[in-house]
Design a protein around this ligand. Sequence first.
Ligand code: ZN
Ligand code: ZN
Length: 247
Amino acid sequence: MRLSDRLLDFLWPRKCAVCGGAVDRPGRHLCCDCLMRLPFAPTDGLCRKCGRDAPGLNGEFLCSYCADELKPAFDRAGSALRFEGEARELVNAFKFCGALYLRRDFADFLEAATRSRFRIGEIAFVAPMPSSLVNRFYRGYNQCRYLADALAERIGVRTVPGALRRVGNFRKQSTLRAAERRQNVKGTFAVTRSGARALAAAGKGKAVLVVDDIMTTGSTLSECARTLKAAGAGKVWCVTLARTVSS
Ligand SMILES: [Zn+2]
Ligand SMILES: [Zn+2]
């Protein structure tokens, strides 16, 4: 354990974010018992595009949602957790209430999900999902930036934090149905100058790994991927901390 961590632990002993008990894992805020009970997403029997699971299926398949409706522009997506129970509470606390101290725990989950689903050597750079100006103003931070930086450090790949930006206003995705969401996100991203430079420097066939907190229908990530590919990205992979269960 680093000296700074030991000093912080001495001054402010860490409590588990779920049960309030003691935590003995360095820099983490979840105890082992609560960690084991989190609803981690399965790693087998997944749609090869969006990563949704189908109970009873092994290996990979293409789900009907990807084939018939979403037709995602990303090549592959994966998530660490199911957005339910305690995982939902934790992700919401991180996203809306400034619980950024959870980022090391979340980086553990994202790293595991990334290593199980993607080939690290093929990732050119990591790009966080950009937050809208309004959200950044109210929250004061882009939570995906924290996730992207922590993950990139773990897997030894650089982050290009401002590779993408939001352009124009659109209605809040969470209030819309799946088909409306796809329409609503059209043209809402742009690749910035630093993004274009990073894409030009990426070798042929390399992937951009987009990091987001929650995947719902996948339409926002798909639009991100479409924008990156239009600007020259070879492959776009997406990893999210959690995915909603019913979509
Ligand atoms: Zn606990
Ligand atoms: Zn799918």
